[in-house]
Design a protein around this ligand. Sequence first.
Ligand code: NAD
Ligand code: DAU
Length: 365
Amino acid sequence: MKSVLVTGAAGFIGVNYVRRRLEVGDERMVALDSLTYAGNGRSLEPLVGDRLDFVNGDIRDTELVEKLIRQHDCGTIVHFAAESHVDRSISGPDAFISTNVDGTHSLLKAARNCWLSGDAMPHRFHHVSTDEVYGSLTASDPPFSEENQYQPNSPYSASKAASDHLVRAYHHTFGLDVTTTNCSNNYGPYQFPEKLIPLMIVKILHGEALPVYGDGMQIRDWLYVEDHCRAIELCLEKGVAGEVYNIGGDNERPNIEIVHSLCDMMESRILGSEALAERFPDCPASRGDSNRDLISHVTDRPGHDRRYAIDYSKAEAELGYVPEHTFSTGFERTIDWYLAEEAWWRSVMDGSYRDWIDTNYQGRG
Ligand code: NAD
Ligand code: DAU
């Protein structure tokens, strides 16, 4: 059986995908990640073994990618690696163009060189993309379908849109077997606490102000990460080369409602557990106050998209995809994970995991 090259495997969705495949699959995987601030090799380290290799390297290094494809006999690439945070793309767009556009192109070149020169071999390049490429919806617009026009509004979404076009072009022009999924906002274990949900969880525990951008009425379609990983599996199994599938969570909610729910759910956890109240004495609920008192409306994100929503009827009809998690099951699991894995989020927040990376991976490729 051929191996699978998973790029960005040390990031949020990549770690969840690799963990899940180790449980439910039987393929060998090569995890390629350059361990940016968002990648945590330590999340993968315990999983490295017979079925998983980890390589600290950059997707922009075409030669390295080609070497890995040949050396490990990879027949599939699942491409997660990216700069993924919209706010960072506003303060510093360059890295987004470099990794998301040039990096994706480098992977496509390597895949073409390995898979299409000489005797073409069966292969699949799966590109993981975002609903943000479609722009912003009004309250009355229908959800994004695969037919929506691309109208990316941030440097992040523009860079992802460019990468989607390159993937499409490599199929159309060179015959590379590609599929793309465009999905909505993921949440769950191992998400870096700069994104809304983990950021709010950690801030509630520390009793810090919860920065809600603008009026907080921006809407996202929240997707539990395990459902997203399942959708990718289905796409690899049943997706048709050259096709694009939208993946959503059936869970449209305004940001302020998400923040209220997190405040309230964490309040009931703390009120029900003296041990938790002792561990997190700065959390308002630990001293009998309301977590909602922490909410602070701050200046809005420039160019902030108002609403995303996903029509996943094509994925449902052609892949058999439907989300299995509801708002409440997904949120309960996520909160449980962050309460149990305090050491993980503390190490990514204080940067101490970087010392471990420097010790373990300096100079290795
Ligand atoms: P993330 O930021 O948590 O992880 C990205 C990973 O890519 C990190 O481990 C990082 O070290 C690695 N990486 C970055 N640049 C690299 C490079 N040049 N070479 C090799 N590795 C590199 O991101 P995520 O949330 O896990 O998102 C994964 C993918 O899914 C991205 O392509 C993103 O655009 C897409 N996506 C994410 C969401 C979401 O809600 N998180 C939704 C839709 C689509
Ligand atoms: O829609 C898919 C996209 O979802 C992915 O492609 C991106 O990689 C991922 O980061 C995410 O983008 P968003 O910008 O929607 O996610 P973020 O968690 O940054 O913000 C979610 C919403 O919450 C958004 O409307 C901005 C708002 N927000 C965010 C932060 C970090 C706040 O109000 N306050 C905050 O502090």
